[in-house]
Write a protein that binds this ligand. Structure first.
Ligand code: HEC
Ligand code: HEC
Ligand code: HEC
Ligand code: HEC
Ligand code: HEC
Ligand code: HEC
Ligand code: HEC
Ligand code: HEC
Ligand code: HEC
Length: 478
């Protein structure tokens, strides 16, 4: 019941495709192992086995375990392969780690005699995962704060554990050049990986451009957060594309505001379908509202407000907000609009810049396509969005517009001015520099009017989310 909401998530856990873990066999650098042994034994022969580098205990484990086809039966699932390749282990980053450093609960008296208490792979991997913390405290702490770890805490059997991304017996340096497809993320997020590998960054990366991001460069490897939470992945984009804002400002008025209100892929994947995401925000803490573990409110409240599941209408949305505001605290729940792409796959089809959406009319006209689909979201306990459909007319309703603060409902009465203005632009009535000046001047006036209206509607203590921080002589700067 606690997780009932996840059924609504489009790209639900069920859709993740799992491939079998493939343990990659790497060739051992024989010469290196040999010369190490040589150094130790002075007169050692090059034919010396690399197991000479291991302790007696580790060697003992490997003597039994480096046997092809060795496996253990498990009831109700595939047998657990038990072979540990000495060669791969000797070439791994853990070559100096004892088997017993991680496998510390093996009892030599009973081990291997059919009395194993391992019931299934997952619970075994979960227990074994606890071994990493002794030596990798920082990574364990980062991971503990991730969406993946949160899902596991909630009982997910599909979210990754350390050993899903790193085979402890064969792990190589992260600096080693590996094919792009070897990124652990690809194993589970198959569709996203396939989309990514054909997009601008994936194509560059495949062509060995290490400057182009792989999954972990945009999402992090351990502290992975839900992608649409807060400002999304935007900050990661801007750490590489430092001059992006300046370059957009050249042609896009108030580019900061556009960057806030539109996710980058919504313009940079020209083929995407788009939707408006109305996100529940706490206007006091400026945090996205999230479900508290154990107290599912979102589904309960949205279902109650929209019994027939036709999508929330203006009235239902308004009363829903009121309900959230009755929390008793001084929290003020508002809606922040954001234009984004429909699916995870579409977020990874970034195109070359010449194909990006530049036409103002694409969004700024009555009935523009991106505004025909609307969804209401709140962050679930693990950060992933819980969704409920909203009727599109809500965007142009006067009642909700104060809640949809800072998000002009395109095509509504309020945006008419903009529509007219942009029509002028597109029928070539004005030359570009003049247009920019006019846009700014008109908008300044329009914004001031809106600000005044908003200020009047607000309680005096609420800090204004006003974007009007522009210097007075702004227009003169052109
Ligand atoms: C860095 C920690 C670590 C070290 C060192 C380590 N193991 Fe493991 N081992 C694990 C973890 C974690 C698992 C279970 C996770 C998994 O593979 O999914 C595991 C699983 C196994 C399994 C079950 C098969 C499998 O792959 O799941 C065998 C057998 C095994 N280890 C033997 C060894 C032997 C032999 C050594 C020493 C040569 C060794 N291990 C060293 C962490 C370690
Ligand atoms: C005498 C041979 C032998 C030696 C030595 C040995 N193992 Fe095993 N090991 C086995 C066999 C056989 C099984 C399968 C047990 C079963 O089917 O119940 C097994 C199972 C395992 C498993 C998976 C199931 C479980 O119960 O955990 C791990 C992990 C493992 N061994 C690790 C090790 C490590 C680490 C060492 C060294 C400290 C070691 N083994 C030494 C024979 C051996
Ligand atoms: C979802 C996949 C994933 C999971 C789960 C994961 N890692 Fe990683 N890890 C990666 C990737 C990808 C890299 C390399 C890229 C990077 O460092 O950002 C990496 C790098 C590392 C490194 C080397 C870091 C460095 O910068 O030198 C260590 C150590 C590590 N992981 C340990 C762990 C431990 C311990 C866990 C479990 C708490 C864990 N990882 C869980 C994907 C994962
Ligand atoms: C007894 C200590 C110890 C334990 C326990 C241990 N590791 Fe390591 N690990 C090391 C050492 C030593 C290295 C070598 C690289 C280094 O100095 O960081 C290493 C390296 C790594 C790397 C590669 C880092 C790189 O620089 O590319 C990964 C990934 C990794 N470990 C994952 C794990 C995972 C996952 C576990 C738990 C299953 C684990 N380790 C448990 C000691 C340990
Ligand atoms: C260039 C940066 C970038 C790279 C590289 C990247 N992503 Fe993303 N990812 C994004 C953006 C942007 C979003 C959408 C965020 C939003 O809603 O604002 C996203 C969303 C996601 C989501 C959530 C999808 C959903 O259903 O909402 C997942 C899962 C994901 N990425 C996994 C991956 C994996 C796996 C890879 C590697 C194959 C990867 N990403 C590579 C930027 C990136
Ligand atoms: C063992 C499988 C597995 C691996 C490996 C894995 N993931 Fe995930 N991940 C999941 C599952 C299952 C979910 C939840 C379903 C979903 O949202 O797609 C998830 C969710 C996510 C989300 C949140 C989706 C959202 O709605 O915002 C992001 C982001 C993400 N993963 C990124 C990554 C990245 C980056 C890597 C590699 C460093 C990675 N994953 C590796 C299984 C995996
Ligand atoms: C309103 C649509 C829109 C939004 C939102 C948008 N872009 Fe762009 N972007 C464009 C267009 C159009 C171009 C091509 C401009 C040109 O050719 O002059 C472009 C160009 C770029 C370029 C290439 C710059 C150059 O000239 O080399 C990068 C990088 C870029 N955008 C990144 C981003 C990032 C990162 C975000 C999100 C923070 C973002 N964009 C948001 C439309 C947009
Ligand atoms: C690890 C650094 C890195 C990150 C993070 C990153 N990019 Fe890029 N991106 C590059 C590189 C390198 C190129 C190719 C060179 C160039 O055009 O700047 C590129 C190219 C692009 C282009 C094509 C520009 C053109 O000339 O056609 C766009 C658009 C773009 N990135 C958008 C984004 C967006 C949106 C994000 C975040 C979702 C993002 N990038 C994240 C490094 C990065
Ligand atoms: C992909 C859709 C999209 C495109 C393309 C787009 N805009 Fe916008 N624009 C928006 C959205 C959404 C907002 C609402 C921001 C808000 O509510 O403050 C906005 C807001 C504005 C504003 C008001 C900003 C402010 O100061 O508050 C102006 C002016 C504007 N757009 C002009 C333009 C012009 C001129 C172009 C073409 C060069 C353009 N836009 C292209 C979606 C778009």
């Amino acid at each position: 019941m606690l997780f009932g909401g996840f059924a609504l998530i489009k790209n639900g856990e069920e859709e993740i495709q799992m491939k079998n873990l493939s343990i990659m066999s790497h060739r051992t650098p024989w010469s290196l192992v040999a010369s190490l042994s040589l150094g130790l034994c002075l007169l050692g022969s090059p034919a010396l086995s690399h197991s000479a580098d291991f302790s007696k205990e580790t060697q003992a484990c490997l003597t039994c375990h480096d046997k092809a086809g060795m496996q253990m039966k498990l009831s109700g699932e595939q047998p657990l392969p038990l072979q540990i390749s000495t060669e791969a282990y000797a070439a791994s980053m853990h070559k100096e780690t004892e088997c017993a450093d991680c496998h510390d609960s093996i009892d030599a008296a009973t081990h291997g005699k059919g009395a194993s208490d391992v019931k299934n792979r997952r619970s075994f991997a979960m227990t074994m995962g606890e071994a990493c913390v002794t030596c990798h405290k920082k990574k364990v702490a980062e991971y503990a704060d991730s969406v993946h770890a949160a899902m596991i805490k909630d009982g997910s059997t599909k979210a990754p554990l350390c050993s899903d991304c790193h085979n402890p017996h064969t792990v190589r340096s992260v600096k080693a050049a590996t094919p792009m497809a070897a990124t652990p993320c690809a194993k589970c997020h198959v569709d996203i990986f396939n989309a990514y590998s054909k997009d601008v960054h994936g194509t560059l990366r495949a062509a060995k451009d290490e400057g182009a991001p792989l999954c972990a460069n945009c999402h992090q490897a351990h502290n992975v957060k839900a992608a649409s939470l807060g400002s999304g992945v935007k900050d990661a984009c801007l750490t590489c594309h430092k001059d992006a804002l300046a370059l957009h400002k050249v042609w896009l008025p108030n580019a900061e505001r556009h960057f806030e209100a539109i996710s980058c892929p919504a313009c940079h994947n020209p083929d995407a379908q788009r939707r408006v995401n109305l996100r529940l925000y706490d206007d006091v803490s400026h945090q996205q509202m999230s479900e508290k573990t154990g107290v599912p409110q979102f589904d309960q409240r949205t279902d109650a407000s929209d019994v027939n599941h036709l999508g929330l209408n203006e009235r239902a949305l308004f009363s829903l907000l009121k309900e959230f505001n009755q929390g008793g605290s001084n929290a003020k729940t508002v809606l922040h609009g954001r234009l984004e792409v429909m699916s995870g796959v579409q977020a990874h089809q970034i195109s070359v810049k010449s194909r990006a959406i530049k036409d103002c009319n694409f969004c700024h006209k009555e009935g523009a396509a991106p505004f025909q689909s609307v969804t209401l979201t709140m962050a679930g306990a693990d950060g992933r969005p819980l969704r409920h459909g909203v009727q599109k007319d809500v965007l142009s309703s006067l009642q909700s517009i104060d809640s949809v603060r800072g998000f002009y409902a395109i095509g509504s009465t309020r945006i008419k001015l903009l529509d007219i203005l942009l029509a002028l632009v597109f029928f070539g009535a004005l030359s570009v520099p003049i247009v920019h000046m006019t846009v700014k001047r008109l908008f300044k006036r329009m914004r001031e009017r809106l600000e005044a209206e908003r200020a009047a509607a607000q309680t005096p203590s609420t800090p204004s989310a006003s974007p009007s921080k522009r210097p007075i002589n702004d227009d003169a700067k052109q």
